[in-house]
Design a protein around this ligand. Structure first.
Ligand code: MSP
Length: 507
């Protein structure tokens, strides 16, 4: 049985609307999912909402709603991201789905059976905003960096024996140097593991919004323990072992840097304890900030994806988020920076190229891709840029260097524009003796556009489709086969359409 490529996003808390920061992970997951699908692989891309826990419970109470009613109101906003951002998730999971709750109870029961869960008193601090226990020396009152004040908890809880897995998880890290990326995060987590693992409280009894704990229904299972299990319940655990086997282990969990510990230590230890393989990779990205402050509901600085896409379009938002910074780093989000990239990279570089080439083909070859003759050095150089691009594209994507992959593509876009300036088709068109040469130049440019449509397909799916329609490219994009030079046949009828990136009225 061949294994599917399985990529996940975190499941988002259903207590507020998604913003561009949370949409980021979903876009990256979509790029990976599309890339692997275009390579002919079976892919499963999972996203969803995290609906239990004290955070949702409190938010609902403040609004005079039940937690389920709040989640029911907000979940559609996350589902709407699929059309708003052209996502291709294969499933959308909710932690209130009965199948998920069943999976949580099953896994928890396994850990009870293996002696990995015990009951004891918990005394300590808790950040409801992060849904996490906060360490502090005795007598000190800590604060959360993100959410400020924390709550004091004194409860009889169930604990997961995380400490028992210290050696196992250390060995897993040592054997898999790419388990957590970027490597700075790997080292951070590894050092923390070396500092010692303490058992974690995995139940709550002071409120009742969660999955009831098997055998002691006065408790609900801690929201993180519940939420992490979505990654296996979403692919058939425990009732569809064949589906589960085809997908698990996940190839990559994409997460923000704030939740890397849960994903790279607690989650793998839960799985190891239950006799299930850990995921293959956890990739932690940075935060989008505005004037240096993390975009978040608590900062009150959220930018809604649909407000950006309605003005700039879907693909320009995707382009900006992937091109602006290395995946893994923090970066400032600004509409001015987005508008700059829209005008420069998209409008001037790519949009103009498409427009120029198609206008020339319409004008001089009645809208039909011309026959190409023998190449001159200038044509060879253009082809060489595209040929050299293929391995760079594959390498950078394989390393999650999305910004570099786009930079490489833009080198080719710029080269194609420079080629138009060098070959001067408008001069060639004046002399019937250079008609053959004009055909070669425009044919090579159409071929370049076809290649660009393939290279851009994972990132800018709508633009890629737009280019393909306009140049008359047939059939779906296939990678890497579509990156061979010379696949657009002479005689193909083009259909010049509206500009791909209309001018913005205001910056
Ligand atoms: N529900 C948990 C995840 C459970 S996964 C089993 C959670 N939810 S969240 O809605 O608070 O955050 C979801 C993801 O969005 C996290 O990876 C977080 O890092 C990311 N982001 C939230 N704000 C962000 C930015 N401003 N920038 C980039 N990512 C951001 O945590």
């Amino acid at each position: 049985m061949t294994k599917a490529f399985y990529v996940t996003t975190p499941i988002y808390y259903a207590n507020s609307e998604p913003h561009v920061g949370t949409a980021y992970t979903s876009i990256v997951a979509d790029v990976l999912a599309r890339y692997h699908r275009l390579r002919g692989e079976e892919v499963f891309f999972l996203t969803g909402t995290d609906e239990h826990g004290q955070k949702i419970f409190r938010a609902a109470k403040e609004l005079g709603l039940t937690p389920k009613a709040l989640a029911d109101q907000l979940c559609p906003k996350f589902k709407e991201l699929t059309p708003t951002l052209s996502l291709t998730n294969d499933h959308f999971i909710r932690t209130t789905d009965p199948a998920h709750e069943h999976a949580v109870k099953t896994l928890f029961s396994r850990l009870i059976a293996s002696g990995d869960v015990y009951k004891g008193p918990y005394k300590g601090w808790y950040c409801t905003g992060c849904e996490r226990y906060v360490d502090a020396p005795p007598g000190a009152k800590p604060a959360c960096d993100l959410h400020g004040a924390v709550d004091w908890l004194e409860e009889e809880n169930y604990f997961f024996r995380l400490s028992r897995y210290q050696e196992r998880i250390l060995a897993h890290f040592k054997a898999n140097p790419g388990f957590v990326e970027p490597s700075s995060r790997y080292n951070e987590v590894l050092n923390r593991i070396k500092g010692g693992l303490e058992d974690v409280s995995v139940s709550r009894s002071s409120f009742d919004w969660g999955v009831p704990l098997p055998g002691d229904e006065k408790h609900v299972i801690w929201v993180w323990f519940d939420a992490l299990i979505n990654y296996i319940s979403g692919v058939g655990f425990p009732d569809d072992p064949e589906r589960f086997q085809r997908h698990w282990p996940a190839d990559v969990h994409l997460v923000g840097k704030d939740i890397v510990w849960f994903h790279s230590v607690i989650w793998p230890c839960m799985l190891i304890a239950a006799g299930i393989e850990p995921p293959r990779k956890v990739f932690a990205h940075g935060w989008w900030t505005i004037d240096g402050k993390k975009i978040s509901k608590s900062e009150g600085n959220v930018v809604l994806p649909r407000d950006v896409t309605s003005k700039y379009g879907i693909d320009p938002l995707r382009y900006f988020l992937l091109r602006e910074l290395p995946f893994g780093n923090d970066g400032d989000f600004s509409l001015a920076a987005l508008a700059r990239r829209y005008n420069a990279d998209l409008g001037n570089d790519l949009g103009n190229l498409v427009n120029r080439v198609l206008t020339l083909v319409e004008k001089h070859f009645s809208g039909v891709v011309p026959e190409q003759g023998a190449y001159e050095p200038v044509d060879d150089a253009l082809r060489a840029t595209f040929v050299a691009l293929t391995p760079r594209y594959e390498e950078t994507l394989g390393r999650y260097e999305f910004n570099l992959a786009l930079e490489e593509i833009w080198k080719a876009v710029r080269h194609a524009n420079a080629y138009v300036d060098q070959t001067k088709p408008w001069v060639l068109a004046k002399d019937p003796a250079t008609r053959g040469r004009l055909g070669t130049v425009l044919g090579a440019l159409c071929e370049g556009l076809r290649e660009l449509s393939c290279l851009l397909a994972p990132f800018l799916p709508n633009v890629s489709e737009g280019i393909r329609k306009q140049i008359g490219a047939e059939g779906p994009v296939r990678l890497p086969e579509g990156l061979a030079w010379g696949l657009l046949p002479a005689g193909t009828r083009i259909a010049k359409g509206a500009p791909l990136f209309p001018r913005l009225d205001t910056p």
